[in-house]
Design a protein around this ligand. Structure first.
Ligand SMILES: [Zn+2]
Length: 122
């Protein structure tokens, strides 16, 4: 494999720390209100993505660290496991290598760009 997985392991561990502390910070700022927030931004129209993004922006919460933080954490953990398994950097759908530039931007990416776009449309 041509991918330097240890480089990405370091990035993933740093990112996991960042997300975890951001989650802790969010909870400090809004004690006990996380459940309420999730309900408030529940999709109310067909334009789900737009609704959610707008609601999150209005709250001035980093989009990636708001309601998706738990999902990001899970993806980071899954990526760390793939490094241990030796499958890191290959697309889970088509098995092709994920371009290094994409991994630099999204170290937890488990799909190549083509399959990620298909998954987003699904
Ligand atoms: Zn693919």
């Amino acid at each position: 494999m041509s991918i330097d997985s240890e480089h990405f392991r370091t990035q993933l561990l740093a990112e996991r720390d960042r997300v975890r502390s951001a989650i802790a910070h969010l909870r400090d700022d809004h004690p006990g209100s996380l459940d309420d927030e999730v309900e408030e931004v529940a999709p109310t129209s067909d334009d789900n993505l737009g609704e959610t993004a707008t609601a999150t922006l209005n709250r001035e919460i980093d989009y990636t660290l708001g309601e998706h933080s738990g999902q990001v954490l899970a993806e980071i953990d899954a990526a760390l496991k793939r490094i241990d398994d030796g499958t890191y950097g290959t697309c889970e759908v088509c098995g092709k290598e994920i371009p290094q530039a994409r991994l630099e931007a999204y170290p937890w990416a488990s799909l190549c760009i083509d399959d990620a776009r298909k998954a987003e449309r699904a």
